[in-house]
Ligand binder design. Structure first.
Ligand code: SME
Length: 156
């Protein structure tokens, strides 16, 4: 196991303990973003929730961020449209990237799918280029799976 995988394994245990038996989405998003941020020190870690036609900012750790993102816009809106994880090694190379913070250099967005629809997404920004890869995708997906029973799926 690499050092990164070891950290994710510890983080997964922490998150399971924090969210076990808790079905409230806001409480879980708050603790999960705080746990990830504390473990890795990423520039920004947080959630956007699907609210009608837009993503709306949810619990996060880091600098203030854009409140609303439209379907198909930026990295977050594109991950929603394509319903898949996006790993962006250099945000300046991503067409339409929404720069909430000038310090963000790379990014990963992982959709939270429930009943076949996206309910929210986890967004992590790094102040360094090329931070995220398939290892992050796989652990972050495990980290956020099965905790959103109270979320209302987007039935577009
Ligand atoms: N960079 C994102 C916007 C959200 S912030 O990074 C917190 C995007 O292009 O979707």
């Amino acid at each position: 196991m690499t050092e990164k995988e070891q950290k994710y394994a510890e983080l997964l245990q922490e998150v399971e303990a924090l969210t076990d038996g808790e079905s409230d989405e806001i409480a879980n998003m708050a603790n999960i973003s705080a746990a990830i941020h504390a473990k890795f020190g990423f520039h920004w870690v947080g959630f956007y929730r699907v609210c009608g036609e837009e993503l709306v900012l949810g619990p996060f750790q880091g600098p203030v961020a854009c409140t609303r993102i439209r379907y198909g816009r930026g990295v977050c809106g594109t991950a929603w449209k394509e319903m898949r994880t996006l790993i962006v090694p250099d945000v300046e190379q991503f067409p339409g990237h929404i720069a909430c913070s000038a310090l963000s250099r790379s990014e990963i967005v992982v959709p939270i799918i429930r009943e076949g629809a996206m309910v929210a997404e986890l967004d992590i920004d790094s102040a360094e280029l090329n931070t995220f890869d398939a290892v992050d995708e796989s652990w972050l997906t495990r980290l956020i799976t099965g905790k959103w029973q109270s979320c209302r799926p987007d039935k577009r």
